[in-house]
Design a protein around this ligand. Structure first.
Ligand SMILES: [Zn+2]
Length: 137
């Protein structure tokens, strides 16, 4: 599984004290995104299955690494979702009454959050499908 930052889709993730127990109940470890500064635990990272990344690696286009391909796939998804749906997401947020039309700063922030949530939802479902296919279900 190729792991990327849930905040900016970067694969530039640094683990801190790898293997250190965060809450004493799991083997999660602290991670930091070197691109945007997001901090969390490894289980919060988004994943792209090796099988999907390997298809791009096998195509031999460029000298990309698996991590850079995973990053490109997620970034492309975010860009396409934002380009295709941001306007309607903005209208929905305004019509639902979360911000006014004049509050462009907060509206932009909410649209970005909605787009990131859409990417997160797709990638979590991709991972679930991958697990089902791998286990033969
Ligand atoms: Zn990041």
């Amino acid at each position: 599984m190729n792991r990327i930052c849930p905040g900016c889709m970067s694969a530039q993730i640094e683990s801190e004290d790898k293997g250190r127990l965060i809450n004493g109940l799991s083997s999660s470890y602290a991670v930091t995104c070197l691109n945007c500064g997001w901090k969390g635990v490894d289980t919060d990272l988004l994943g792209i299955p090796d099988r999907l990344v390997d298809k791009h690696l096998a195509s031999g286009v460029g000298a990309d690494t698996a991590q850079s391909i995973a990053e490109t796939m997620a970034t492309t998804l975010l860009t396409k979702i934002a380009g295709g749906a941001a306007h309607n997401m903005g209208l929905a947020i305004i019509e639902a009454g979360f911000v006014g039309l004049q509050d462009r700063t907060h509206l932009g922030r909410l649209i970005r959050a909605a787009c990131l949530a859409a990417v997160r939802g797709v990638l979590l479902e991709v991972e679930a499908i991958h697990k089902e296919v791998s286990s033969g279900n």
